[in-house]
Design a protein around this ligand. Structure first.
Ligand SMILES: NC(=O)c1ccc[n+]([C@@H]2O[C@H](COP(=O)([O-])OP(=O)(O)OC[C@H]3O[C@@H](n4cnc5c(N)ncnc54)[C@H](OP(=O)(O)O)[C@@H]3O)[C@@H](O)[C@H]2O)c1
Length: 341
């Protein structure tokens, strides 16, 4: 089978196409024939590593997310069967050579989730990192909800920073599906159009100034949850727009260095900062996320593509290095790699 492999950390130039043996699933594992691989910032960050060009512990295959068809199952697998169409999460996490940038991968059964019939592989490959991160960010507020579904966030106002980002897009969609009022921030009209297409009722350009006042005019009492991509640079803004008892769910620190919090106003707000990292979420949170995401998919709540606010950019497997470069350069939308036919 064809695999994209790297044996040394570094720029996208380290990625090369290789023929590898078809892996066999052990007990509790599933082999998936990959149709589409999804690329996220975490994939190029993992590839770069410490930036010192060190050798990887073993040949690595990039990309956590993907979608395809189960083509073999090991013993004691009862959740999926051969022929099931599935999406994959955490394919390359703490495993050797099992990323989705290859024709087949073997992962633990709990990392594959059946796709509803109407949902395509593009949607499936766009879910893992962004949708699970967004789900977690929306389910850590004081007083809940711990699970998402229609009405779960009714009456709440969610501020999504970076509404045209991949996680931001998923956060807008899941929050709207759950009944929240969503305010998204963006840096341009074009990104604003994407956040609106994703479902945000209010879209604000953070480069224009007056953001706190604009948010307060939409949510006079303040916002309940912030889904934050740029924790450091937005810390002061968040403090000024939080409702008492609100939660800032921080998953990124883009464009920033240190996160510095003004003690007194956050104290007076009984504010909660919840850090969100996909890799250490644990099985319970992952399981809640995959169940709720499956329900949202069934309701048609997580579409992708430009008309849904997430433009797709496609690359063939052979050009995985270019796909990584596109994500690394901050391309707007979702980068997908066509692996299967
Ligand atoms: N903790 C986790 O488990 C986890 C999971 C997923 C992603 N991440 C991290 O989160 C970050 C975003 O991931 P992604 O896949 O969503 O990337 P993405 O698609 O590139 O989106 C990032 C978005 O953030 C926006 N942004 C940057 N600075 C902003 C600011 N000050 N205010 C509002 N928006 C701002 C960007 O737009 P503008 O620059 O135009 O504003 C862009 O739309 C990456 O660093 C990624 O590694 C972490």
């Amino acid at each position: 089978m064809k695999s994209i492999v790297y044996t040394r950390h570094g720029s996208a130039d380290v990625l090369r196409l290789e023929e590898r043996e078809l892996p066999e699933p052990a007990a509790g594992e599933v082999r998936v024939r990959i149709m589409v691989s999804g690329v996220n910032p975490t994939d190029w960050k993992k590839r770069v590593g410490a930036g010192d060009g060190a050798a990887t512990e073993a040949p690595s295959v990039p990309n956590q997310d993907g979608a395809g068809v189960v083509d073999a199952v090991g013993e004691h697998v009862g959740t999926v069967a051969v022929g099931d169409r599935v999406w994959i999460l955490l394919a390359a996490h703490e495993r050797v050579g099992s990323g989705t940038a290859q024709q087949y991968t073997v992962v633990p059964a709990e990392r594959v989730v059946v796709l509803p019939d109407a949902i395509g592989f593009d949607e499936g490959a766009s879910l893992g990192v962004p949708a699970i991160t967004a789900h977690r960010a929306l389910t850590v507020a004081e007083g809940g909800p711990a699970r998402l579904g229609p009405g779960a966030l009714a009456g709440r106002t969610v501020l999504v920073s970076g509404g045209a980002g991949a996680v931001g897009h998923a956060a807008i969609q899941l929050a709207r599906w759950a009944g929240a009022t969503v305010i998204a921030t963006v840096s341009s009209d074009a990104k604003g159009a994407l956040a609106t297409a994703a479902g945000a009722q209010h879209v604000l350009d953070y480069t224009l100034g007056g953001l706190a006042a604009d948010i307060r005019s939409i949510a006079p009492e303040g916002v309940d949850i912030v889904v934050e991509v740029a924790a450091g640079v937005n810390a002061a803004l968040n403090t000024s727009v939080l409702r008492i008892g609100a939660t800032v769910a921080v998953y990124g620190n883009d464009k920033g260095s240190q996160l510095t919090l003004d003690f007194r106003p956050n104290l007076e707000l009984n504010a909660r900062y919840q850090f969100v990292l996909l890799y250490s979420l644990g099985l319970d949170a992952l399981s809640s996320a995959t169940l709720d995401i499956t329900a949202a998919l069934g309701d048609g709540a997580l579409p992708v593509g430009e008309s849904a606010g997430l433009p797709l950019h496609r690359f063939p497997l052979e050009q995985t290095a270019d796909a990584h470069r596109a994500v690394e350069s901050g391309i707007v939308g979702k980068v997908l790699i066509d692996v299967g036919e």
